[in-house]
Design a protein around this ligand. Structure first.
Ligand code: MN
Ligand code: ZN
Length: 497
């Protein structure tokens, strides 16, 4: 069982047992409250002996001496005050969470001298705690010993700050963000037998309770619309495909929406162009784009974002089967353009091209951003540090890049160009679904670009960042929830009226 943090903000709090946690910036004093928490002055002595200099993410962890109000005294370093970005506050919260998850109650003094601590900083600190506290243990029937010691998993946390009222207000939005990120993580972590296209669509339907309008298109409806590319991928699976359309109408009525589209391949065997066995289990995460879009729509609705937003996810399973599509098949997409299927493992773009066309045709949005665990080639280029950004619009690219730096869900813009586009011309159809190994991420982006017309568009290749990235201060989960915080920040910074 993972710790559950019950967080509130106060202007002062009395310590009677439990943990006291203090923040300290490099070269500055301890957070106000040090005297309350540590009447004996042991922190200063211990810091000196241990050579603790309050570097970012460093910790001084002490059992409090006889006569202290607290049982345990913890100091978390913030690094230099001038380097304290929004992400540094998240990291400090993550480190704090890892230290207090066994406590019954904790008082945290967040106002660190030398640092500018407003409502936003305090809320970011608390958001870092919530993101770190996530763990996916639905299928563990035996809990680890350490978890057995935790007190029902409930930890009561009082964060003390002069700006308590404003911080509590900012924390409401932060809680919405944490819940959306954790929803995306859950969806990615769920095993593929549990989360098929129909089950995923039901999870999307669950957003109705937040005020999101949800429509689920069935196979028949997609056939009527002529989505031959998406349906070609789905035909090898006994589980029927779905297309979920989610609408959040928080902006002015009639205002043009912004749109997010996600690849939701609930499991990708590669199809007839089957993948090697080693590591194939990770292909349960091939719906990371759809997970991020669903998580984002929940955040926008929960925090009542003043924007009209559409989220569309294409949900299919890619299986080898007597009825599976073959290399050499030619399918007709909803746009009317024909596609020669060279490799059935390049299926994500076949799903997205119909979802993008449908979105553009029906909603004529301000922009379309699609997210997809699209290519292994993006891992070769960028590892799991940056997601690949491909776009036909410099302004949208700049906004996305800036949101990436703010949230530390980083993007790196990759090139597009006629020479690359030519690589997906086909001998027998309008295009083929792969341009070969070289520039594999770029030719995949060009494939999508052929379905967006003049609409400002960005494609985020999140194959390296949605799952299996290294654990860090705010994420210990295989499914990271990448993209939810990024796109919420994009909307917040640029698109709310
Ligand atoms: Mn594939
Ligand atoms: Zn795939």
């Amino acid at each position: 069982m993972s710790a559950k943090f019950d967080i509130s903000f106060e202007t002062s709090a009395e310590i009677a047992g439990g943990y006291a946690l203090l923040l300290q910036a490099s070269g500055a004093d301890l957070a106000a409250g040090a005297k309350v928490a540590d009447a004996t002055g042991i922190i200063a002595r211990a810091a000196k002996i241990a050579g603790f200099s309050a570097k970012s993410t460093s910790v001084l962890d002490l059992v409090a001496p006889e006569g202290s109000a607290a049982e345990r005294l913890i100091v978390v370093g913030l690094g230099k005050p001038e380097d304290l970005t929004a992400h540094e506050w998240l990291k400090a919260g993550g480190v704090a969470a890892s230290k207090v998850n066994k406590a019954e109650k904790v008082v945290i003094f967040v106002d660190a001298p030398g640092a500018r601590v407003g409502a936003k900083e305090a809320a970011n600190f608390a958001l870092g705690m919530l993101l770190r506290a996530y763990s996916f243990d639905t299928y563990k029937t035996k809990k680890k010993d350490e978890d057995a010691n935790s007190r029902n998993g409930q930890v009561v946390i009082k964060i003390v700050t002069a700006k308590a009222t404003e911080a509590a207000e900012a924390f409401k939005a932060a809680q919405a963000v944490a819940a959306g990120v954790n929803l995306a993580r859950d969806l990615v972590n769920e095993p593929p037998n549990v989360l098929g296209p129909v089950e995923f669509a039901a999870r999307a339907r669950g957003l109705e309770k937040f005020g999101v309008e949800v429509e689920i298109l069935t196979e028949k409806e997609m056939q009527k619309l002529g989505m031959g590319a998406l349906l070609g991928v789905a035909q090898g699976s006994v589980r029927p495909p779905r297309l979920a359309v989610m609408q959040w109408k928080g902006g002015k009525s009639g205002e043009t929406p912004i749109a997010f589209i996600g690849k939701g391949v609930v499991f990708d065997t590669g199809g007839i162009s089957i993948k090697p066995a080693a590591g194939m289990e990770e292909m349960k995460g091939d719906m990371g784009g759809a997970a991020a879009v669903t998580g984002l729509m929940q955040v926008l609705a929960t925090r009542k974002a003043a924007v009209n937003a559409v989220g569309i996810i294409g949900l299919v399973e890619n299986m080898p089967d007597g009825n599976a599509q073959r290399p050499g098949d030619i399918v007709t997409s909803m746009s009317g353009q024909t596609i020669e299927v060279i490799n059935t493992d390049a299926e994500g773009r076949l799903v997205l091209c119909d979802a993008l066309w449908y979105c553009n045709d029906r909603f004529k949005p301000k922009f379309m951003i699609n997210l997809a665990t699209l290519t292994g080639a993006i891992l070769v280029a960028l590892g799991n540090v940056h997601a690949g950004l491909f776009s036909n619009d410099d302004e949208l690219s700049a906004q996305l890049t800036a949101a990436g730096l703010t949230t530390s869900e980083k993007l790196w813009r990759m090139p597009l160009g006629k020479e690359y586009d030519k690589m997906i011309d086909s001998k027998f159809a309008d295009m083929k679904n792969t341009g070969g190994r070289h520039a594999g991420s770029i030719t995949a982006a060009h494939f999508l670009k052929r379905f967006v017309q003049e609409t400002p568009w960005a494609h985020l290749d999140i194959a390296g960042t949605a799952m299996g990235s290294p654990q860090d201060e705010i994420n210990q989960s295989w499914g990271s929830g990448f993209g939810v915080r990024l796109l919420d920040e994009l909307v917040r910074a640029n698109y709310e009226s």
